[in-house]
Design a protein around this ligand. Structure first.
Ligand SMILES: Nc1ncnc2c1ncn2[C@@H]1O[C@H](COP(=O)(O)OP(=O)(O)OP(=O)(O)O)[C@@H](O)[C@H]1O
Ligand code: NI
Length: 266
């Protein structure tokens, strides 16, 4: 059992807010993520759950420094004990800090998937590394010559992993890596995340799928309308949810079809 509290967190967010300025006749600003604080340790999987529009992807983009141009971020981000600023992010992104994006549209439709996986690898060993990554993520060698449209949804997810994960990775932010996947493919994605964590990587898993979250995460952060309501022990999502600390988390849990849509406390 790893004692997460004994070490300083790899990533810490304090009072993080994301605001959008919209010009609709008059300039109006909308706070899409409000005053969020969170810590993530090495080897830990923390899931972030919440309804569509609750700010999950913005949280991911704020960590990666890839927010839309009309967004303003405030608050403190620290990575490996140092402030995480734009300059540091430029060197860390794609090497120590990886993003597995929400949509496979991040892949280039006009480039073979093998070439896409080789981007950013040392040219001298890129071919070998690409084949190793393909083997690791269960892709046959000859898939390298195919284009994204020739692959199934599950295979595209594997390619996204292969393009995102490098040996140097210490923090992975995975945004909805399992939507629309066959249950076997979901289990496979979760297994890959667990393997990364077991090797010491910190994993932030954004998902709608509460059961996927429970299956791999130690802690589960619950977001609602831009706010982080609570961070729950994953084991508290069980039975009638009596161990969940926030009423909203209990309502969310009890309202699941698998829990007979019970109102909390009934
Ligand atoms: N480019 C943008 N300009 C203005 N507002 C935005 C922009 N992107 C996001 N927002 C606002 O921020 C809110 C949160 O968006 P976000 O994409 O983080 O939600 P999410 O929790 O990831 O949802 P989903 O589960 O559907 O992916 C949205 O409801 C929207 O109001
Ligand atoms: Ni999202």
């Amino acid at each position: 059992m790893i004692n997460f509290a004994a070490r300083p967190p790899l990533l810490s967010l304090e009072d993080l807010s994301v605001e959008f300025t919209r010009n609709v006749g008059r300039v109006r600003s909308v706070t899409a993520v409000r005053s969020l604080s969170l810590e993530l340790g090495e080897g830990e999987i923390l899931a972030v759950i919440g309804a569509s529009g609750s700010g999950k992807t913005l949280l991911a983009q704020a960590i990666l420094g890839i927010l839309p141009a009309n967004a303003t971020v405030t608050g403190q981000l620290r990575y490996d004990r140092e402030p995480l600023d734009e300059k540091r992010l430029r060197t860390l992104r794609g090497r120590e800090i990886s993003y597995i994006p929400q949509t496979v549209s991040h892949l280039d439709p006009l480039m073979t998937v093998g070439r896409q996986v080789r981007i950013g690898l040392d040219p001298r060993t890129a071919g070998l590394r690409q084949r190793e990554l393909f083997a690791r993520y269960g892709l046959a060698d000859d898939v390298a010559r195919l284009y994204p449209f020739q692959l199934s949804g599950g295979m595209l997810r594997r390619v996204l992993f292969a393009t995102s994960i490098r040996d140097s990775v210490r923090l992975v932010v995975a945004d909805e890596p399992t939507p629309g996947l066959h249950p076997d493919a979901v289990a496979e994605v979760l297994r890959h995340l667990r393997e990364l964590a077991e090797a010491g990587t910190a994993v932030l898993l954004i998902t709608h799928d509460i059961f996927a979250a429970i299956a791999v995460a130690q802690r589960i952060a619950v977001m609602h309308q831009g706010e982080l309501l609570s961070v729950e022990d994953a084991r508290a999502f069980a039975g009638d949810g009596a161990d969940l600390t926030h009423a909203f988390a209990r309502d969310l849990w009890c309202a699941l079809p698998q829990n007979q849509f019970r109102p909390a406390g009934a």
